[in-house]
Design a binder for this molecule. Structure first.
Ligand code: PLP
Length: 408
């Protein structure tokens, strides 16, 4: 007997992360922490193996008046100061000419989901990368959409712009709109970041396609604030000013990573287009969606973000930079050692994860099992094995690439 809607998907979620996290935990209990390499957890951990929770974020949050925490937000679209501060934080004044609106969302997930569910009609096709965060596919299925994937990498291990274009062109042949996800910079799970020139090519192609159909780019920037060249991390957005009338960009921003506040659900969706009416129309629809799904987001989380990124910006950035430097050290060691021993990886530039290249998923599965039998815990992704350097101490990173290569 089932009571859910006819089209509901009754297959349980297979959480590829938490089940492995559990196995790693058991192994640690049985064999001791030192013996186990747990590269599963996708949150930032310090060198002592503890979850990072920034002092600048949580000391001030704890001091916020209880009534501010208890209160509803000012609006379903978010508090006005938060909307303004997020826009400034995300775009850093790189976008000069476009109309825009910012909607507060329940984390980055809220922004991604709000865009996908409101841009496409049932039965239409969402375009995502073939190596990607699992939730895009889940969302497509929940909203009764089809999903096609462009290949992230070509034979030379470069971003596969040809596949990107071909996948879109094919979809356009039988669909009157395009929605394509670009998770950049700091792609999850490979750590790829596109160059300014690659973004220019993407925008040029979007403009060409937009002569035929409306074209929407969903730019998921969940990890942007861990870019190694933070100063220039928003430069690629200058390309956005070149979009034509028939192109809309939706940026999905997450406080989860930026503020190390995964559980304090807060994020934003930034809508950008040339035509202010197009932005307003989208805003109207997104606001209704917010109201219908989560109503409003935590008031104190928004207030905390505003304080943090205005009055306390410098101290916050200094604290965060320490961890960017740590990620840099961890990734540098892993990549150098991988190159030295010939462990194949996808082109990593920055971010929380590095992915071992295993184009055949059957071979990947055997490799994954073998790693676990040798106390190395990682996460399977399409065509690869994800190593979460965000939660792996330098001691554990040292020598890991060679250990993995020996088991390949
Ligand atoms: C690529 C990507 N996008 C978006 C999110 C959304 O994060 P949250 O909803 O916690 O803000 C995540 C979280 O893991 C992610 O990896």
């Amino acid at each position: 007997m089932t009571f859910t809607r006819k089209t509901a998907d009754l297959v349980p979620i297979v959480d590829t992360v938490f089940s492995i996290v559990e196995l790693a935990k058991k192994d640690k209990e049985q064999n001791g922490e030192d013996k186990v390499i747990d590269a599963t957890i996708g949150s930032l951990y310090d060198e002592e193996g503890k979850l990072v929770a920034f002092d600048n974020v949580f000391t001030h949050y704890d001091d916020i008046d209880k009534r501010t925490k208890a209160k509803y937000a000012t609006s379903f679209t978010g508090n006005p100061n938060y909307r303004k501060d997020v826009y400034r934080w995300v775009t850093r004044d790189k976008i000069k000419t476009l109309a825009h609106s910012t909607i507060a969302t329940i984390g980055g997930t809220g922004a991604v989901s709000m865009t996908i569910s409101n841009i496409l009609d049932k039965g239409q096709t969402l375009i995502i990368p073939d190596i990607a965060w699992g939730s895009y596919k889940l969302m497509a299925s929940q909203f009764e959409l089809n999903c096609v994937q462009y290949e992230m990498f070509d034979d030379q291990n470069h971003f596969n712009i040809t596949s990107f274009k071909e996948t879109i062109t094919k979809t356009m042949a039988n669909q009157d709109k395009i929605l394509v996800v670009i998770n950049d910079p700091c792609h999850n799970p490979t750590g790829l970041s596109l160059s300014n020139e690659q973004w220019a090519q993407i925008i040029q192609f979007a403009n060409e396609c937009a002569k035929k159909v409306p074209f929407v780019i969903l730019n998921d920037i969940a990890y942007i604030d861990y870019s190694y060249d933070l100063e220039n991390s928003r430069n690629y957005m200058q390309n956005f000013d070149n979009i034509e009338e028939n192109v809309l960009i939706s940026i999905a921003f997450s406080c989860s990573k930026t503020l190390t506040s995964y559980g304090l659900r807060c994020g934003a969706c930034i809508i950008l287009a040339k035509d202010p009416q197009a932005v307003r129309n989208t805003e109207i629809v997104f606001e209704k969606s917010a109201r219908a799904v989560w109503s409003n987001i935590p008031n104190a989380a928004m207030e905390n973000f505003s304080w943090l990124t205005t009055q306390n910006k410098e101290a916050f950035q200094t604290e965060k930079q320490k961890y960017i430097d740590l990620l840099k050290q961890r990734s540098h060691i892993f990549i150098e050692e991988a190159q030295a021993c010939g462990l194949p990886i996808y082109p990593y530039k920055e971010g929380f994860f590095i992915t071992i290249k295993t184009p055949d998923n059957n071979i990947r599965d055997k490799f994954h099992q073998k790693l676990m039998a040798n106390h190395i815990y990682t996460v399977c992704v399409n065509k690869g094995i994800r190593v979460a350097i965000c939660s792996l101490s330098l001691t554990k990173v040292h020598g890991l690439a060679a250990k993995m290569k020996a088991l390949m």
